[in-house]
Design a protein around this ligand. Structure first.
Ligand SMILES: [Cu+2]
Length: 154
């Protein structure tokens, strides 16, 4: 039943991807900074647990609380200064979706909440097997400073 819903939701999303307004031949050039899908804004992240450069002064470490599988999982992000001190001055947002069924399962971009220990947490739900993508957006002072995507299969 769930799969039927997914397939139906796939149709309209495909149509919406048309009309990027980009000139013909743009594919030959370097990928423009902003595409209609907005995906080019998100750099592919190294594996969970790795130190990821955030800006000149910070890095972060991310990962689910357990190996992702069907069901609930909590995404955790910790931000540190280059000196290794925890930093909670960022706003972190996340969006979990299936790239092959864009929008079918997305809850939209949600803000992580800060735990007492200073970790950014966002409960997530993986509702079917397949390809998944967790997109992170880091903001400071109302401005986006970093966007990254973690792709995984279950
Ligand atoms: Cu799906």
């Amino acid at each position: 039943m769930l799969i039927v819903v997914c397939v139906m939701a796939f149709g309209p999303t495909t149509l919406a991807a048309d009309g990027s307004g980009q000139p013909a031949g743009a594919d030959d050039a370097k990928v423009p900074a902003v595409k209609v899908s907005d995906d080019s804004d998100f750099q592919k992240l190294p594996k969970p647990g790795a130190k990821v450069p955030l800006d000149g002064d910070h890095y972060f470490i991310y990962g689910f609380d357990k190996r992702p599988k069907l069901g609930a999982a909590i995404m955790k992000v910790e931000v540190f200064t280059q000196a290794g001190r925890p930093d909670t001055s960022f706003v972190v947002k996340g969006d979990l979706d299936m790239p092959s069924m864009k929008g079918a399962h997305s809850t939209g971009e949600k803000e992580f909440t800060l735990s007492k220990k200073g970790a950014y947490l966002l409960p997530s739900e993986i509702v079917m097997p397949g390809d998944w993508e967790f997109k992170f957006t880091f903001e400071k002072g109302g401005k986006t400073v970093f966007r990254g995507a973690y792709q995984f299969d279950i």
